[in-house]
Design a protein around this ligand. Structure first.
Ligand SMILES: [Zn+2]
Length: 155
């Protein structure tokens, strides 16, 4: 868990989520560890991803992995067993973090700034939250432990 701290962060960020925990029941928010990345899989189907916001604000982020939900996310397990999540996660409220996770490493996309950036890696442009047509209601309705953060798909 504990890694050497770099005074000057390298280009590749350090590993934040060291493993991917697969469970079949959605855990309560208080059961989500600081650097734990939880994937809820029920009957062989990916349902939810839960983890605490890596900015340190402590909010539990709950993302739908179900294609019937919009937005939804995908998780891949890397050869190291660490999670890769896409697309990026953007919080409309609270800390307003915007990041993506690749091989357990958190890549920040201009923290606290949402609008009109180009996410070059994804090859997609970011719309401002104000222009988002996506509703978080669906997500919150389905997740009893959902935090009150609103997410939008970063595209
Ligand atoms: Zn945060």
């Amino acid at each position: 868990m504990l890694k050497k701290m770099h005074r000057n962060p390298p280009v590749t960020p350090g590993v934040w989520f060291n493993s991917l925990s697969v469970v079949d029941k959605t855990p309560k928010n208080e059961c989500v560890g600081d650097r734990e990345f939880i994937m809820v899989v029920y009957m062989g189907k990916p349902m939810w991803a839960l983890f605490r916001c890596p900015c340190g604000c402590g909010q539990v982020i709950s993302l739908s992995l179900q294609s019937i939900h919009h937005p939804n996310w995908k998780i891949n397990k890397s050869s190291t067993g660490r999670p890769t999540l896409y697309p990026s996660v953007s919080q409309n409220k609270g800390c307003r973090s915007h990041f993506w996770v690749e091989d357990g490493r958190v890549h920040w996309c201009g923290k606290k700034y949402h609008g009109h950036q180009n996410d070059l890696r994804m090859g997609i442009s970011m719309k401002s939250a104000a222009h988002s047509h996506l509703s978080p209601v669906d997500l919150e309705h389905h997740l009893e432990n959902s935090s009150k953060i609103v997410y939008k798909l970063g595209y």
